[in-house]
Design a protein around this ligand. Structure first.
Ligand code: F6P
Length: 531
């Protein structure tokens, strides 16, 4: 993904071929594609370790796949992947590498960056995490009054919250000690109040996670948590607070001591940071062995992504299918439905990963894009989703591709698991087949709704690592095709700047009429009138 003056995607020969191919196949029904090819299910299925990825229920033919693979090649996907792993400065607008893959590389590897071996640095931090998390779990690290910690509160937002929050909930069954992990992210104080009111200050450790250590929400919540400790008589704040950041000086100014600052690097994007010290709460909850299993799962996908041929490469295929629907069928959204309660927060996590990465409208060459970029990512767990919005997937007017993610084993409750799996399979089958033979239009289902099914045994740290890395790389491949930078997020800046301005004016009770539109002025006045 190096800067290269590419002509617009829509003018590429393969793009035009895909357009005309789409015209030919857009009305084909998957029912007929399955009927015509008894090998279809096997052909469009990829296995990796215990994962099975079935992409046969897609509106594709062999020609479609061939053209999509040509598209990937014409976008120099292989060299983009090589640049990602080599640490090239592919995040052009911020002039830096995107090296989250380095965080799960084995210690024997090496990657030189500004003459430093990054892998050595990564493993030093992992070592520090291991020591700290182990000592905390063993009760060797205690609060100022000598009591063992029983709560760890992670304060952060976006990538400094969603990854650890997802992992802690997803792997809860593996928790093997009496330390509860809580999360505070929202600026709305109700979350902070509700979490802290259930904590004993003498037995609570606060982890402030912020790449920049400047984020308004996190700083405000960290200040409030600090005040809560003080109000409750804590005299050694440093024993109750830890920072995870790239900005060590700001953490020190805040009052953190050197031993309580875990760092990571500017080449780790927030939404790709769970694998770094940002995952400290995960190591505390489940132990470092589990954290290393999570990294190992991601590493396995990294290797698959780098070495597998494109047609058997899970992230590549998932991304090409996404481009197929997004840019040719003009599908505007994509649903993710985990049939696994453990993955309740997965759609929310993905919405940041995918939309903050690929919600872009400028190419790597600095031109406006002429094609659609990221679809809206949404969803919730099955079976709840079936009784909420599945009606629209079955009979609505929008084409919405679906990812079903399903665990098949639950030794303690296998019968219930069987029912859950059956529901998942029934939904993908119904979405694909539809129901034609009804004289009543209300009971007619057009079918032909595409879906991918990702199946595994049970959610473990390793499987979670694999799933997250698959979607990270899928997002990267989409960005490569669309010729956009998935690693910056300038779009969040304007709102942040205006919020600071409005906070100042409301605090002074002096809205500046020059600076705001009439609607914003009215709302600010209304706030002041009511307070
Ligand atoms: O505002 C968006 C964002 O910058 C995300 O990309 C990031 O994950 C989040 O804010 C939190 O940032 P920080 O870790 O610097 O507090």
């Amino acid at each position: 993904m190096s800067k290269s003056s590419k002509s617009p995607l829509s003018r590429a020969e393969v793009w035009k071929q895909l357009k005309s191919h789409h015209e030919q196949v857009k009305n084909l029904h998957m029912r007929d594609l399955f009927a015509a090819d008894s090998e279809r299910a096997d052909k469009y299925c990829i296995r990796l370790d215990q994962l099975l990825v079935d992409f046969s229920k897609h509106r594709i033919t062999e020609d479609t796949v061939a053209l999509l693979l040509d598209l990937a090649e014409s976008c120099s996907l292989n060299s983009a992947i090589a640049s990602l792993f080599a640490g090239d400065k592919i995040n052009l607008s911020e002039d830096r590498a995107a090296l989250h893959t380095c965080l799960r590389a084995p210690a024997k590897d090496s990657l030189l960056h500004d003459s430093e071996n990054l892998i050595t640095q990564v493993h030093e931090q992992l070592q520090n995490m291991e020591q700290f998390a182990g000592d905390l779990r063993a009760g060797k690290i205690r609060g100022a009054g000598g009591e063992k910690f029983n709560k760890v509160v992670n304060i952060g937002i976006g990538g400094s919250d969603l990854g650890p929050r997802l992992a802690i909930e997803a792997l809860q069954a593996k928790a093997d000690n009496d330390i509860d992990i809580e999360f505070i992210s929202n600026l709305d104080p109700k979350e902070l109040d509700s979490v802290l009111s259930a904590c004993d200050p003498n037995r609570t450790l606060i982890i402030v996670v912020s790449k920049t250590f400047t984020t308004l929400e996190t700083r405000t919540n960290a200040d409030a948590a600090k005040q809560w400790l003080v109000d409750n008589g804590c005299t050694h704040l440093d024993k109750h607070m830890v920072a995870v950041t790239t900005n060590q000086s700001a953490a020190k100014e805040f009052g953190m001591t050197d031993e309580h600052i875990f760092y990571f690097w500017d080449w780790v994007g927030g939404r790709y940071s769970l694998w770094s010290t940002v995952g400290l709460s995960i190591a505390i909850a489940f132990g470092m062995e589990s954290f290393r299993d999570l990294l190992a799962g991601a590493r396995e996908v990294d290797e698959h992504f780098q070495t597998e041929s494109a047609e058997k490469n899970i992230p590549v295929i998932l991304a090409l299918l996404s481009v197929w629907y997004n840019n040719f069928f003009e599908a505007e959204s994509h649903a993710v439905i985990p049939y696994d309660q453990s993955l309740r927060l997965f759609p929310e996590y993905l919405s940041q990963l995918v939309m903050e990465s690929n919600g872009k409208s400028v190419t790597l060459d600095g031109e406006s894009v002429e094609h659609q970029t990221s679809p809206v990512i949404w969803g919730t767990i099955g079976t709840n989703a079936q009784h909420a919005f599945f009606q629209m997937l079955h009979q609505g007017t929008h084409l919405i591709p679906v990812d079903f993610i399903v665990a098949v084993k639950n030794p303690e409750r296998q019968q219930q698991q069987l029912m859950q799996v059956s529901n998942c399979l029934a939904q993908s089958e119904a979405l694909m087949l539809g129901q034609q033979h009804s004289s009543n239009l209300n009971q007619k289902f057009a079918g032909n709704t595409p879906s991918t099914t990702i199946l595994y045994d049970e959610l473990s740290p390793k499987v979670l690592g694999m799933l997250l890395a698959i979607y990270e790389h899928k997002t990267f491949v989409e960005a490569t095709i669309w010729n956009i930078n998935p690693f910056d997020q300038w779009g969040v800046e304007l709102g942040k700047k205006l919020a600071i301005q409005i906070i100042q004016e409301l605090s002074a009770a002096e809205p500046d009429e020059e600076k705001h539109d009439a609607s914003t002025q009215l709302l600010m006045q209304e706030y002041l009138r009511r307070n």
